[in-house]
Ligand binder design. Structure first.
Ligand SMILES: [Ca+2]
Ligand SMILES: [Ca+2]
Ligand SMILES: [Ca+2]
Ligand SMILES: [Ca+2]
Length: 226
């Protein structure tokens, strides 16, 4: 018998005598197949993936893990658990609903991916279980300013430097994803008489051919936008 294939049978039993005319009576017999715990719970997908924006407040939902069990009753009542204590201070797993929540805001720049080891078990006797890895990706938010590397540039130039020759190439880096590809540079302040120009993308600082002053020294403050 396999309850998961068919859980009841209805038989009609007839008793007849051998008289003439023949008399008979019948009765219905319903046979119910009781469940045995012969199916382990299974996750609904082989790839368990969740995602959360970095800096989301504590208690934010990350994903819900879904599993099914072909048995019934206690044999199909599921319980979700972590199988290691790693990251148990970062995420919680609701044992009944399978919902994963973040216990604190996450920082993608510190860690952008977590792998949680989880199991789902039924309440049959004996209990059956399955285990899996859950991958949680932390999605980037623009929460870092670009920084010049180094923070201060010192350059001496010849007084006869041609206008189109690069004086210095400055570089800023940004810890966020993709922000490094689209940064815009400009001279923020200190550019007396417009002595210098900076290439918006190329980061080259040159003498400005249209400058109106002669300087012995100059300090300019650069700006970079992500
Ligand atoms: Ca069963
Ligand atoms: Ca089961
Ligand atoms: Ca940024
Ligand atoms: Ca970020």
């Amino acid at each position: 018998m396999d309850r998961e294939r068919r859980d009841s049978y209805t038989l009609t039993i007839t008793a007849s005598d051998l008289g003439s005319p023949q008399q008979s009576t019948s009765v219905q017999l319903i046979i119910t197949v009781n469940d045995a715990n012969d199916n382990r719970p299974l996750f609904n997908t082989s790839s368990l993936q969740g995602a959360i924006l970095e800096n989301s407040p504590a208690g934010s939902s990350v994903m819900r893990i879904i599993a099914t069990d072909a048995d019934v009753g206690m044999n199909a009542q599921l319980e979700f658990n972590f199988t290691t204590t790693e990251y148990s201070d970062v995420f919680s797993l609701n044992p009944t609903t399978g919902e994963v929540t973040a216990l604190k805001p996450l920082d993608r720049e510190k860690q952008d991916r977590y792998t949680l080891k989880i199991s789902v078990s039924d309440h049959g006797d004996p209990r059956l279980s399955s285990s899996a890895d859950v991958t949680i990706n932390v999605i980037d938010v623009d929460d870092n300013c670009p920084k010049f590397q180094p923070a201060v540039y010192n350059k001496s130039i010849s007084e006869n430097l041609p206008f189109n020759q690069s004086i210095v190439q400055v570089t800023a880096t940004d810890a966020d994803v993709k922000d490094n590809e689209k940064m815009m540079y400009s001279i923020w302040s200190g550019n007396q008489g417009g002595a210098f120009i900076i290439d918006r993308d190329g980061k080259e600082i040159c003498l400005n051919i249209f400058a109106s002053t002669n300087l012995a020294s100059s300090c300019v403050i650069l700006c970079c936008l992500d």
